[in-house]
Design a protein around this ligand. Structure first.
Ligand code: FAD
Ligand code: UDP
Length: 366
């Protein structure tokens, strides 16, 4: 008999929710995490009164009431509506694309006027159904917004031409003909008052957790510890890259503490021109209206993923989706291994989707 019922590889959100569900059913759970901390990419660190989102800005948003109620059990949420702005060579526009953006760009005041401009700019597509990100963007918001607010940002973020990227990436953003700057359409939105790390620690309460532990470095040893393995790392690494490596994008974070109370007046400012090497500046204190005489900002520099880097964004283009399908055939054959999370499923999930997936997957365990 193994010492544990479940070995969970990765102490990110998926692993933590899955662990919680199993612990609540009386199962014995061991979690191994190769980083020196829990919480994966949602890890936050408290500096003075400020929670620093160490792996990029994280705002929890969902319309799934069950997921929202679930996370409330592990953290008190501060209401926060994400209303980032885009900075294009010093011109500042509201996001997502809405009447405030159109008014600033074209001097229009009413939805009908904005629709007419977009309609006339969309003509460059000649009535064609959008097949890539560029065509999808022009079809949604016209050429002006595509050129100023999408093209440069997207090409920096993904390291590829918009013509070569899948359309679904841009469909993540709402387009509205109302004066509404809420970046998300979801019913519930917020950030944990005491940070995501504390939330994940509560989820993991009762599990044995080994940090600084790479499961793949000694797989036979860890496999012997439990009956079932839940793997939330990159699926291609699990299979020793036998069908080749999947592509990811990574980010480098440039963090700075500044002796000023308020640097940019907002939590998230996007830099949408091609020349600025970073895509966003995050000013962390604005997520929770933290009072502190200093401020902490982080610049996000997108980069091609190399072995050893954190694989932040799966690149779900046609080539990689086909490669992932090969791995999926192997995954389906596994009897005692489950794959979960953004990396285990090679999918661009947000936090609420990861919670939903972990709850559903855990419910399937008998
Ligand atoms: P991860 O957090 O990646 O956890 C996987 C864990 O497994 C990691 O800790 C890793 O170290 C560990 N691991 C991997 N391999 C091994 C191994 N061999 N041995 C041991 N441990 C291993 N979502 C939102 O809802 N709102 C947002 O505002 C938002 N902003 C984001 C901003 C950025 C920059 C990024 C990159 C993502 C953002 N997301 C956001 C998505 C969010 O980060 C993910 O949905 C969530 O973190 C996924 O959790 P996970 O457990 O699947 O993966
Ligand atoms: N995007 C853009 N301009 C912006 C913000 C986003 O073109 O100012 C595009 C870009 O392609 C990005 C996608 O919209 O990858 C999704 O944006 P989101 O903010 O959801 O990205 P994430 O938070 O996942 O990095």
């Amino acid at each position: 008999m193994s010492a544990y019922d479940y070995l969970i590889v990765g102490a990110g959100l998926y692993g933590a929710v899955f662990a919680r569900q199993m612990l609540d059913r009386g199962k014995r759970v061991l979690v191994v995490e190769k980083r020196g901390h829990v919480a994966g990419n949602i890890y936050t660190e408290r500096v003075g009164n400020i929670d620093v989102h160490k792996y990029g800005a994280h705002i929890f948003h969902t319309s799934d009431a069950e997921v929202w109620d679930y996370v409330q059990r592990y953290a008190q949420f501060q209401p926060f509506i994400n209303q980032p702005v885009a900075n294009y060579k010093g011109e500042v526009y509201n996001l997502p694309f809405n009447m405030n953006t159109f008014a600033r760009l074209w001097g229009v005041a009413r939805p009908e006027e904005a629709r007419a401009i977009i309609e006339s700019q969309r003509k460059v597509l000649g009535g064609k159904q959008p097949e890539n990100l560029e065509e999808q963007a022009i079809s949604l918001v016209g050429t002006d917004i595509y050129e100023k607010l999408i093209k440069g940002y997207t090409e920096k973020q993904w390291g590829a031409a918009c013509k070569d990227l899948p359309a679904f990436i841009i469909r993540r953003l709402p387009v509205r003909f109302t004066y509404d700057n809420n970046y998300f359409n979801d019913t519930y939105q917020g950030v944990p008052k005491d940070g995501y790390t504390a939330m994940v620690e509560r989820l993991l309460d009762g599990a044995d957790v080994c940090l600084h532990t790479d499961y793949l470095a000694d797989r036979p040893h860890w496999d012997a510890q439990a009956d079932i393995i839940v793997y939330t790392g990159p699926v291609d690494a699990f299979y020793a890259y036998q069908y080749g490596a999947l592509d990811y994008r990574t980010l480098r974070f440039g963090e700075e503490t500044l002796p000023t109370e308020n640097y940019q007046g907002i939590a998230v400012m996007n830099f949408t021109d091609r020349e600025t090497p970073y895509t966003r500046i995050i000013e962390h204190k604005h997520f929770t209206r933290a009072e502190d005489p200093k401020t902490i900002i982080t610049r996000e520099y997108p980069a091609a993923w190399q072995p050893g880097d954190e694989p932040f964004y799966p690149l779900n283009d046609a080539k990689n989706c086909a490669r992932f399908a090969q791995y999926e055939a192997l995954m389906r054959r596994e009897r005692r291994v489950r794959f979960g999370g953004r990396l285990g499923r090679y999918c661009y999930y947000d936090m609420h989707q990861v919670v939903r997936l972990a709850l559903d997957d855990a419910a399937k365990e008998c």
